[in-house]
Design a protein around this ligand. Structure first.
Ligand SMILES: NC(=O)c1ccc[n+]([C@@H]2O[C@H](COP(=O)([O-])OP(=O)(O)OC[C@H]3O[C@@H](n4cnc5c(N)ncnc54)[C@H](O)[C@@H]3O)[C@@H](O)[C@H]2O)c1
Length: 248
């Protein structure tokens, strides 16, 4: 299938979990994929898997919270593929140092704001001018079900993911005139290795997921849709992917 033929995709956090599954699916559907991660070996492993399946990909090392590194990453992507049509900002995630506002580690607050929120801002800031040059594009940001539901214990993470929702809507309004669409994902529990280590299997959010917890591949198919021209009328949407948790 070549739903993304001639498209050039940049995926941050592409070395693991949801990012890796998405890089592989986008490549399978014809996109040339830049796999960006601060773990170089993990990004390279994703590229190896894509190439073994006949796809085209490059690995880029980046800390998405560092303005100079994000500028360099974007320049490398443009030099390799000639531009950017799809940006998926998956780099990020909470940690055990988070908690309620009264207890959270304040360094953890700034870490998640820096990586998840500021990292998304930096990637969009660098990539949007390239999309304008290309005549349009699709940006998929990564929020979380936690930013939609009230949920306990991850107030730093929830703050950063809430910011991504507002940012997504603002960017969707600003850039529609340049044919750039911006949508946010709000997944429930997706059982990546990181989540298996962090979250007990009987966690209340998992119990609210009527269809059970998700897999990285569940998210990748939604990104594929949002990245493709099939979703040409979708922008500014915050899309729960949660097995029914947000309506239950
Ligand atoms: N897994 C879930 O249940 C779930 C639910 C909702 C939202 N999310 C979000 O989805 C995204 C991916 O989550 P995941 O579970 O696949 O995590 P993961 O840990 O499997 O993958 C995240 C990747 O991001 C990379 N990364 C982290 N900080 C980075 C930085 N500063 N610069 C560049 N790369 C960096 C990591 O090296 C890793 O490869 C995160 O933004 C997370 O908040 C996940």
């Amino acid at each position: 299938m070549t739903q993304l033929e001639n498209k050039r995709a940049l995926v941050t956090g592409g070395g693991n979990g949801i990012g890796r599954a998405t890089c592989k699916l986008l490549a399978e559907h014809g996109a040339r994929v830049a796999v960006a991660d601060f773990k170089t070996e993990a990004a390279e492993e994703t590229v190896t898997q894509i190439k073994a399946a006949g796809g085209e990909a490059i690995a880029l090392t980046v800390d998405v919270g560092d303005p100079d590194q994000v500028a360099a990453m974007t320049a490398e992507m443009v030099s390799a593929f000639g531009g950017v049509d799809i940006l998926f900002c998956s780099a990020g995630g909470g940690s055990a140092a988070d908690g309620p506002v009264t207890e959270m580690d304040l360094d953890e607050f700034w870490r998640t704001i820096r990586v998840d929120l500021f990292g998304t801002i930096l990637c969009c800031r660098n990539v949007i001018p390239e999309m304008v040059k290309a005549g349009g594009g699709s940006i998929i940001t990564m929020s979380s079900l936690r930013a939609i539901l009230g949920s306990e214990g991850f107030d730093a993470y929830t703050s950063s993911k809430g910011g991504i929702i507002s940012l997504t809507r603002a960017m969707a309004v600003t850039w529609a005139r340049h044919n750039i669409r911006v949508n946010a994902l709000a997944p429930g529990m997706i059982m990546t290795d990181r989540i298996k280590d962090l979250i007990p299997p009987d966690h209340p959010v998992i119990q609210k997921m009527l269809l059970g917890a998700g897999a990285p591949e569940d998210v990748s198919h939604l990104v594929l849709y949002l990245a493709s021209d099939a979703s040409r009328l979708m922008t500014g949407n915050i899309i729960p992917l949660d097995g029914g948790a947000s309506i239950y």
